[in-house]
Design a protein around this ligand. Structure first.
Ligand code: UD1
Ligand code: CA
Length: 488
């Protein structure tokens, strides 16, 4: 009886292939899907098995791929496969990198973003319990074209895996395929790898030849069939990337609905793998919650909202908004048509309204920026109201400067705050004020001069235009009226 992974567990992730069908300067396994790269999904699934070590085999564009893997986890062993001579050769390179390991070795591919740790765990557990030399995670599919076929004898025992190009027409009829995920007894694997040849249609060292080798050695071989074959489906081109992306999203959205989130239109809702939602969050159509966005209970997001790496407090309402690296307090309201740029921090019960752009701005509890404004590099105290059409002029063409507005201030419409400047607690401004100097607490700042009316200006300077005629008519009507009164 094998006792769990007590003898050691190694997971090998193959990612040396070129992925030419992606037609991309970005290596295939680095393409994102649900906010993570493909290989990040696979490494996360591998980690869920709590292995003793993970080995990633890199080759094509190894610099790019290695750097990414090191960022994800410095503990992942990187093995370089200079030439892609086949899956058998790739695993040999991986085994050379880890040295003398015992126990179980699981091989997976870096381009299967739907793979779940639980499936790997169940597969490895069955492999170990059955004390097999090799186990293959197989799947039954309608169209097996391109896959290695699992060949069984009359007793139903797995005899071999034959690749598409090497298969006879009868073998091609088999619909049980090799998902690509295999589990090995480490000792057997080490003995089998040097015995794999490349005398086949592709001239490659096939890892799948280990099945036949184990049979020749009289060792136990078996297959574990996965119901959910999409988990092992690899991405080869952009069409598959989109199809698996949509499927992964459907799974994530469904999981959140089961966890108590209302999603009005799952088809137009996109939620990345690392997003966190609370029960009783409501998501309206056309909404994307991306990156590490976190939404607390009773918040309502959407319609038509994109939030990336944002934090939304309980009961907040976010309508038709684009936000990135922003924090929205509990019971706050945002939108419609708001643009929250990094460093926006809206307090509890605060408001960022229609056509407002914010950046690096802390807006206190209950403070409001309701209409048509730009708030950059600013602190706005609690309970303060910013008038419609206010511009925080933070940039002098060379450097950015900061504006501070105190608590419970009331600034009027169409103001410009020329930073650096400070407006005190309880201060006010008049309409159209350009604030260039600090305003003390409680003061009213006005900067526009007294209004002057230059009478008859339109008639004199715009003579003959509709504007001038309208003025003449208005004034004429008034004079006639006065004359009528005088004559009667
Ligand atoms: C492989 C299997 C096939 C299985 C299919 C599932 C073999 C011989 N065949 O076929 O039975 O049904 O996957 O998708 O194993 N790789 C390397 N180095 C190499 C070659 C490949 O790292 O030298 C990596 C690739 O990047 C890829 C994976 O291994 O992630 C599979 O390689 P690929 O050439 O796509 O194998 P298939 O022909 O699809
Ligand atoms: Ca493939």
């Amino acid at each position: 009886m094998s006792a769990g992974h007590s003898a050691g567990l190694t997971v090998i992730v193959l990612a040396a292939g070129g992925g030419t069908r992606m037609k991309s300067k970005t290596m295939k396994v680095l393409h994102p899907i649900a906010g993570r790269t493909m290989i990040e999904h696979v490494l996360a699934a591998a980690r869920e098995m709590e292995p003793d070590r993970i080995v990633a085999v890199v080759g094509h564009q190894r610099e790019q791929v290695s750097e990414h893997i090191r960022e994800l986890g410095p503990d992942v062993v990187l093995a370089v496969q200079d030439e892609q001579l086949g899956t058998g050769h790739a695993v040999r390179v991986a085994m050379e990198a880890v040295g003398d390991t015992a126990g179980t070795v699981v091989v997976a591919y870096g381009d299967t973003p739907l793979l779940e740790g639980e499936s790997l765990r169940a597969f490895a557990a069955e492999h170990e319990a059955a004390e097999r030399a090799v186990s293959v995670l197989s799947g039954v599919v309608d169209n097996p074209f391109g896959y290695g076929r699992v060949l069984r004898n009359h007793e139903g025992d797995v005899e071999a895996i034959v690749e598409e190009k090497d298969a006879t027409p009868a073998e091609r009829e088999v619909c049980e395929i090799n998902s690509g995920i295999l589990a090995f007894d480490a000792e057997f694997l080490r003995s089998a790898l040097p015995r794999i040849g490349n005398d086949n249609a592709k001239g490659e060292y096939y890892l799948t030849d280990t099945i036949g080798i184990a049979r020749e050695d009289g060792l136990t071989v078996g297959a574990h069939t996965i119901e959910d074959v999409m988990q092992t489906e690899g991405v080869n081109d952009r069409a598959q990337l989109a199809r698996l992306g949509a499927e992964l999203n459907r799974r994530i959205v469904t999981r959140w609905m089961h966890d108590g989130v209302t999603v009005m239109d799952p088809a137009t809702t996109w939620i990345d793998a690392d997003v966190e939602l609370s029960p009783d969050v409501t998501i309206l159509p056309g909404t994307q919650l991306l990156g590490t966005t976190v939404v607390a209970e009773d918040a309502v997001i959407g319609p038509d909202t994109t939030l990336k790496d944002c934090e939304v407090g309980a009961g907040a309402r976010v309508v038709r908004t684009h936000g990135e690296l922003a924090v929205i307090g509990g019971e706050a309201t945002v939108g419609p048509w708001s643009y929250l740029r990094p460093g926006t921090n809206l307090g509890a019960g605060g408001k960022i309204g229609a056509f407002v752009e914010t950046k690096n701005a802390t807006i206190g509890d209950g403070a409001k920026v309701p209409h048509l404004s730009y708030v950059g590099d600013a602190d706005i105290g609690e309970g303060t109201n910013i008038g419609a059409g206010t511009i925080f002029a933070n940039y002098d063409g060379v450097a950015k400067h900061h504006t501070k507005i105190g608590r419970h201030a009331r600034t009027a419409s169409n103001n410009t705050f020329v930073a650096p400047v400070e407006i005190g607690d309880g201060a006010a401004t008049g309409a159209g004020t350009v604030v260039r100097r600090d305003v003390p607490p409680g003061a009213l700042a006005v900067s526009s001069g007294p209004q002057r009316n230059l009478e008859g200006w339109a008639q004199a300077k715009r003579a003959g235009t509709r504007q001038a005629r309208a003025a003449e008519e208005a004034l004429g009507a008034g004079r006639d009226g006065e004359q009528d009164v005088a004559e009667s």
